[in-house]
Design a protein around this ligand. Structure first.
Ligand SMILES: NC(=O)c1ccc[n+]([C@@H]2O[C@H](COP(=O)([O-])OP(=O)(O)OC[C@H]3O[C@@H](n4cnc5c(N)ncnc54)[C@H](OP(=O)(O)O)[C@@H]3O)[C@@H](O)[C@H]2O)c1
Length: 267
């Protein structure tokens, strides 16, 4: 995909799953990459797989909850590449617990990683994007950014919050040529359920059937690249579960009946 040749693409959550597949796809498209996540060893592994030489690649470990480090991280990327064409906010954690049983600290952790992290990193990056004449912010939300489902109260809240913030930002930053693309995946075969938090904040540690039967991260990444290259405002990616968005919009009563109790029995 020629649209990305030589472009600087910064991906958070690049150590596994969708982020890893995005790194491979962007590398194949000739981009220069900044790979971020907490596990440096896994970032090294992904970096090696891309086959990119050191001058086209930067490994930048970071924790999305430590927003005080973001201005420094942006300065490091500026020093290496001088610009960021596409920022992909992909890092995230999910949830497997009932709202009534979930500690508020767990709700806060999900909001910190999934919502405040991308918000703070965007704010640290906007001056550079403005100075370079524009850029593209890509937000990996979820279908639950459109509707809440059982066992995902905090996760759905964090993804809904992303839509509110980045839709407002899109309208504000249009004059600065900064675009926003919101990606809403359905079920993708990654470790998202294994890494999801239970009501006490412990790892769920199970591969859920929905994820196991989902589309591959590589297929998802290919569709994300197409949506970014086309400058789409939003893209729904997945199997027939994406129909949920249309059911909720056009027949909300039917959707509400369908979603009652969903997932609770499969805890
Ligand atoms: N898979 C799905 O079915 C699905 C569906 C809808 C949306 N999504 C979204 O897709 C995105 C990627 O998830 P995935 O499916 O690829 O799951 P994944 O394999 O568990 O990847 C999650 C990524 O986020 C990073 N991460 C988690 N906590 C972090 C923190 N505090 N600071 C920095 N990085 C952190 C992880 O890296 P480290 O552990 O190394 O930090 C990892 O690279 C998420 O935003 C998720 O909500 C996934």
């Amino acid at each position: 995909m020629r649209a990305f040749a030589d472009k600087v693409i910064w991906i958070t959550g690049a150590s596994s799953g969708i982020g890893e597949a995005l790194a491979m796809a962007f590398a194949a498209a000739g981009a220069r990459l900044v790979l971020s996540a907490r596990r440096e060893g896994e970032l090294q592994r992904v970096a090696g797989q891309t086959g990119l030489p050191g001058e086209q690649l930067m490994i930048l470990p970071m924790d999305m909850r430590q927003s005080e480090t973001f201005p420094y991280q942006v300065a490091m990327v500026k020093k290496k590449f001088g610009r960021v064409d596409v920022m992909v906010h992909n890092a995230g954690i999910s949830q497997r617990s009932l709202a009534r049983e979930t500690l508020v600290d767990v709700d806060r952790k999900l909001m910190e990683v999934n919502y405040f992290g991308p918000v703070a990193l965007t704010k640290a990056l906007l001056p550079l994007m403005t100075a370079q004449g524009g850029g593209q912010l890509v937000v990996v939300s979820s279908l639950v950014g459109y509707f809440g489902t059982p066992m995902r109260s905090a996760y759905a809240a964090s993804k809904h919050a992303l839509h509110g913030f980045f839709e407002a930002l899109r309208a504000e930053e249009n004059a600065n040529r900064i675009a926003v693309t919101i990606i809403c995946p359905g079920y993708i075969r990654t470790s998202i359920s294994v890494n999801a938090l239970n009501e006490k904040g412990e790892k769920h540690n199970k591969m859920d059937e929905d994820q196991e039967n989902g589309i591959s991260p590589e297929e998802c990444a290919g569709k994300i690249l197409k949506a970014i290259a086309a400058g789409k405002q939003e893209a729904l990616i997945g199997g027939r579960e994406v129909m949920g968005v249309y059911l909720k919009r056009f027949v909300p009563g039917v959707f509400s009946r369908m979603i009652k109790g969903y997932n609770i029995k499969s805890r």
